[in-house]
Design a protein. Structure first.
Length: 264
């Protein structure tokens, strides 16, 4: 009787580490999405009942910056997750801490943008007094802000910044820094490109109601579409059209805009 034996095929070298790295990247993406979800939950809890429409009061600096960081984690982490995963893949020493530091640096840039926004709002409020109230210039400034944001969507600067966000490989090669400090620096620099891409959309959020969860979700959706939709021009022109329509409606018929809190 002849007994046939089958030999197990040898495993390809490096296959197990590759699978482990892929699992880690997937875990990082899942973690960022989980942090985004937590950010949404905490933001909704903090902003409940605070929406006063365009140019809503921002409270104290410490409170606003805390809520702003939660908002940015909620709005931005899903779209930046692929970049963080790619950064981890390119690291020589694949420590899970490095991509988290990259994400922290990215969030730090947005925290700085929030401080600037607060300073502009506070300074403008002191200089203008109640000029930005709804029944005076507030409605017109809000509408103008939306129209300006629509125009910015079609500018070369917007296109340049969006290109860095949509195709991060070139950015990572050009801005590479080793080590943990390098991870933070790269996250900060990537955040700068993202601020350049999205500042007009964030200004639109202030013009529609920065404490409105509905408008926060709308702006977050537009940002995600711009960064992930395969048809880049469709995304930017579509966003510009939406902002243009909202701006015109805010000036002409604000009560026709769903979920917009308007002054009496």
């Amino acid at each position: 009787m002849i007994v046939e034996t089958q030999e197990r095929a040898p495993r390809a070298p490096g296959l197990a580490p590759a699978f482990a790295a892929a699992r880690t990247r997937l875990g990082l993406v899942a973690l960022l999405f989980a942090l985004a979800g937590a950010g949404w939950w905490l933001t909704i809890d903090q902003m409940r009942g605070m929406d006063e429409g365009p140019w809503t009061g921002l409270g104290t600096l410490s409170w606003f910056v805390g809520v702003w960081i939660l908002m940015m984690a909620a709005m931005m982490f899903p779209s930046v997750a692929p970049t963080v995963a790619l950064y981890y893949r390119m690291c020589r020493e694949r420590s899970p801490l490095s991509p988290l530091l990259f994400a922290a640096g990215y969030l730090l840039t947005w925290a700085g943008a929030g401080v600037v926004a607060f300073a502009i709002a506070a300074g403008g409020g002191r200089l203008a007094g109640d000029v930005l109230s709804w029944d005076r210039a507030g409605r017109w400034v809000a509408g103008g802000t939306l129209l300006l944001a629509a125009v910015y969507e079609l500018t070369p600067l917007k296109d340049l910044c969006l290109g860095k966000c949509r195709s991060p490989l070139g950015f990572l090669f050009g801005a590479w820094r080793d080590g943990r400090a390098g991870a933070v620096q790269m996250g900060v620099r990537h955040g700068v490109w993202c601020v350049g891409c999205c500042w007009a959309l964030m200004a639109s959020l202030f013009a529609l109601g920065v404490m409105s969860v509905v408008w926060m979700a709308v702006v977050a959706g537009l940002i995600a579409l711009e960064k992930t939709l395969p048809w880049r021009r469709v995304a930017t022109y579509g966003t510009a059209a939406i902002l243009l329509g909202l701006g015109v409606l805010l000036l002409a018929a604000p009560h026709a805009i769903p979920a917009l809190t308007v002054g009496s």
